[in-house]
Design a protein around this ligand. Sequence first.
Ligand SMILES: Cc1cc2nc3c(=O)[nH]c(=O)nc-3n(C[C@H](O)[C@H](O)[C@H](O)COP(=O)(O)OP(=O)(O)OC[C@H]3O[C@@H](n4cnc5c(N)ncnc54)[C@H](O)[C@@H]3O)c2cc1C
Length: 349
Amino acid sequence: MKKFDVAVLGAGIAGLTTVYFSINEGFKTVLIDPNIPGREGSYNSVGILTRQLYTKREILLAIESISILNEIIPDIDTITYDRRFITIEDEKTAFQDYRFYRKIFTDVDIYYYGELPSDLSSINLHVNEAILISYKDLMVNTREVLRKIYESIVGNENLIEYRVKAEKISEYDGEGYTIYLENGETIRSSNVVLALGAWNKYFIEKNKIYLPISTYACIAVRLEINGSIPISGSDEVNYLYWMIEGKSRLVAGEYHQSTPITRPDKTDDIKLENREKSVIKSLMDRFKNIKELRLKEYIVGPCSFPIGKRPLYKELMKSLFLIDGLSGYGFTLAPALAKEAIDSITSKT
Ligand SMILES: Cc1cc2nc3c(=O)[nH]c(=O)nc-3n(C[C@H](O)[C@H](O)[C@H](O)COP(=O)(O)OP(=O)(O)OC[C@H]3O[C@@H](n4cnc5c(N)ncnc54)[C@H](O)[C@@H]3O)c2cc1C
């Protein structure tokens, strides 16, 4: 039976970055996923990595993840649309958030109604609203990010890949775990990192472990624009976010459009027709220089929402790590959690 130091289950953003750190530490690593790496859940991510988040822990993870992606992909600027990000909020919340962010990172400004700089003057800001702007975030082409991370690990002498589904894992037996694969093979690993995204919950249920996670389909739309939007951002007043992908395209979504699903592979059942209508209306209301927005495609993928604080990261059992509960923020949080998992394994060996 083949033996490894680290087994990584799942090859999305969480699994691929875990493998990156694992092989760099010199661990004999196995990556298990039945699908082409980076082609499932993470493939449909929009690509906003902002530090304008809700808790100090999340912000620190975002700072670390941005730095990690800059390290793994030295030419990341070639697949980056912008580094600036705005949040529109009511004046009071914006001021509170501004003070909170300033304690953690300094490249953030606040603009009140009637004070917008000329490059943001096409935003319809209302009385009692304000804008926060940060300058060192990342708006990226996520499919290219995944491809480039995979390129940086594939062929490494410390990495073996199995393109097969993991069925279940054994109990810890004092030395490690046995992983049972769908093709009947079994492998051994001293450490296991579960990076199965929305599939974690269903996989781990077989080991009689309950994860406090709800599974949702996150939905976004890719739109052609006739006109212009000056910057990527989120509108917390209207529960809307958008990312500009060049002169004539953007992706956008509304937080409340996330829809509960019974299993991650059930996203095909969701009715998508007309989902773009309210997104288009909100964007047209918010920006002055849009003549037309036309639907190019719907984007939908499974997301795992923790019941409680985000993310759900922990050592589930001895040497069994879980990266989960990333909600719509997997690119922003997972690379840093991947590093934490491998750092924990390193510190024990
Ligand atoms: C529309 C949309 C917009 C989003 N926008 C953003 C954004 O702007 N910024 C951001 O940070 N995040 C965003 N997200 C969230 C982000 O995409 C997810 O949080 C992230 O992709 C989760 O990554 P993951 O590696 O945990 O899981 P996944 O990418 O889902 O990877 C899990 C992997 O596990 C594999 N797998 C499943 N079962 C098994 C098994 N039994 N054995 C082996 N392998 C298995 C799957 O094939 C898959 O490759 C968005 C998501 C969606 C859907």
